[in-house]
Write a protein that binds this ligand. Sequence first.
Ligand SMILES: O=C(O)CCC(=O)C(=O)O
Ligand SMILES: [Fe+2]
Length: 351
Amino acid sequence: MAQLTSHHTLPPFPEDLKTAPLVSVSFAKLEADDNKSFSDFFQARQELGFFYLDFVGSKLGETITSEAEELNKVQKEFFALPNGVKDVYGRPHLHPFYAYRYTETEGKDENGAPLRNANYNLRKDDILGQCERLACHPLILEPQDLFERYVRHCRAAVDVLLEHLNAHLQLPAGTLANLHRIHERSGDHVRFTQNHPGAFNEERARSAEHTDFGSLTILFNWLGGLQVRLPVTEEWVYVKPIPGSCIVNLGDAMVKFTAGLLRSNIHRVVPAPSTQAHLIRNSLVFFTRPEDKVVLKRLKGGIIDAQPQSEVPELEMTSHEWIMGVFTSKGFEGKARNPEPQVPVPVSIPA
Ligand SMILES: O=C(O)CCC(=O)C(=O)O
Ligand SMILES: [Fe+2]
């Protein structure tokens, strides 16, 4: 696997750091319908809502892993473009969410311009030609085939996970799959992210705390920096990247669907730890979200029915309405930890 990923070209994650106890689930075993490996994860679901998905030994999994490596090269090239070029594909011009977005750091480039931490959300429906395509740079258009394969393969892996979740929740066959049909419009997207090295800053770390909105997130990262908050002790601990595995986490939509049976754990990205702290950090995320028209409410059936009923009437909105509401009030993905009104993350792109 060392050859399949580029982790070995980077300084190793420090040995002495406390890391999150993520369960590792073998994707090859899941594909072979080995329910035992999923039971282990399902058992841990309330504890963390994050797990390693070990792709080694699975044809589909290893394909996704090598496509992620290829896309990591594409994102580095994209983020290395001059700011003025990237800004054309920026937030106010293109779309409030499916666009290039940045925050300026204290660091400066060789011309004295502030360095940018940035991300770029690329819609699944754009990539698969299921809507009128938003403008994008040739660096994104040229590897169209790679993007398309990546989206289809991630979705195939997600479908396997949804099927197992469905079975464990004892829902009627296909319940979750029918809320996540690839050909339907949805907020699924690929996200490129890039962060420059910098000192740990408590305020910035707090403002980065979030849960993911959607259903399942498939995450590749190469350096440390992702942290999850442990549910019992509330301690923030690093998630160590494992070559050959991606990190999967459940989002808020799954919590809604299962009336709190599944957990969408709070997490954040902080500077990479000691041995890696001097490097630019990239991650590649594939977010799966319920179809745009799906109403976010508890599902009926299976073990969900035994969950307590909420005393407050459920606020029902569609997946699309939820996404629109969130990104107009907050710059980056997810909801914040504190209930006080959100200060938007400063994202400024010249008009
Ligand atoms: O960069 C990472 O490791 C995690 C990114 C993340 O949590 C997100 O984009 O929602
Ligand atoms: Fe996240």
